[in-house]
Design a protein around this ligand. Structure first.
Ligand SMILES: [Zn+2]
Ligand SMILES: [Zn+2]
Length: 331
């Protein structure tokens, strides 16, 4: 099969390797749609976790092509998506329902070969049936799971006012999910005017293209969906006294920024983060199947496997009206 491999930071190539064979507890999936995530950019740039070389891709869906001897829930031909985080279920964190902090954490597309390949192996426990969802839609199971986990952490109140910083795919999923939770007013900021306009199509009450225009001390909740350090820092300014700030976007590892702790103290802020998800995959699939989350227009680019690097390039530079880029390894 063919796969896109990140050999080392900033080094990518297409490789031909033998098709994966299932271990007893594994399912082999032919990948039909595989989203490029901001995390993949961090992996490509050497700013995340895990070893090199790696086949990235942790947001994907496809068709089961073979199953291991112990697999009971799936058969060849099933349409599925994968929860990439694989907990051991036997460490102190797993046994405390903190599987995202598993001490033996493995993740498809981070620590083991991912979905930027024609075929991928995943343990049965990480595989979910997607029903009638398109592969394109089902590849959003993972990012939506992370969004739902973030909102579980945030516990926004009914009728809250919210500011979302960043109108990429995650910002758009946050916007729609917050709406479902009963947010009364959602303002979305993105310096890219086309992205901001897309957010208003998806239900934002107000969109802005500059943080300078966002009122200070004004919002019950402020969510960063950029991971950009100066934006993370400024997120604290926009929360009202007693408000909450969720740093959701993935910042680059190893980089510092300065904040004013007195501001956090004086405003009595709750500052939260959110790492991956905890058992949110069924929730995400149910929401996608309900039609309450609209993905229409969210995928802007569909590229072949060889297009992975180009996809990174247009995402990093905000080119060509980019929103979500999906790779179709086995169209
Ligand atoms: Zn992701
Ligand atoms: Zn564990």
């Amino acid at each position: 099969m063919q796969a896109a491999q990140i050999v080392s930071p900033n080094q990518m190539r297409i490789i031909a390797i033998p098709d994966p064979q299932p271990k007893p507890d594994e399912v082999i999936i032919e990948v039909k749609a595989s989203g490029i995530c901001g995390t993949d950019i961090h992996i490509y740039r050497g700013e995340y976790l895990g070893p090199y070389p790696v086949i990235p891709g942790h947001e994907f869906a496809g068709v089961v092509t073979s199953v291991g001897t112990q697999v009971t829930r799936f058969a060849v031909g099933d349409r599925v998506a994968v929860e990439p985080n694989i907990p051991c279920d036997n460490c102190v964190n797993c046994l405390n329902n903190r599987q995202n902090f598993c001490l033996n954490w493995q993740a498809v597309g981070v620590t083991r070969p991912g979905g930027m390949a024609q075929f991928v192996a995943a343990p049965e426990k990480a595989v979910f049936a997607i029903g009638e969802l398109t592969f394109e839609a089902a590849a959003f199971m993972e990012p939506l799971s992370c969004v739902l986990h973030g909102l579980e952490r945030l516990q926004a109140e009914m009728a809250c006012s919210a500011a979302i910083l960043g109108a990429g795919p995650i910002g758009i999923l946050l916007l729609q999910s917050l709406r479902l939770q009963g947010a009364a007013q959602v303002t979305v900021v993105d310096k890219n005017a086309a992205r901001a306009a897309f957010a208003s199509q998806r239900g934002a009450d107000k969109t802005l293209t500059s943080l300078d225009d966002l009122p200070q001390d004004a919002f019950d909740v402020v969510i960063d969906a950029t991971g950009v350090l100066p934006v993370l820092r400024r997120a604290l300014d926009f929360a009202r006294p007693g408000g909450k700030v969720l740093w959701f976007g993935v910042p680059p590892s190893g980089q510092m920024t300065d904040i004013e702790p007195f501001k956090v103290f004086r405003k009595g802020l709750t500052v939260l983060s959110s790492f991956t998800s905890v058992r949110n995959s069924y929730q995400a699939l149910d929401l996608l199947q309900s039609g309450r989350i609209t993905l229409q227009g969210l995928v802007s680019h569909r590229l072949p496997l060889e297009g992975f690097e180009h996809g990174i390039h247009i995402l990093e530079n905000g080119l060509e009206g980019v929103r979500k880029v999906q790779v179709l390894p086995s169209p």
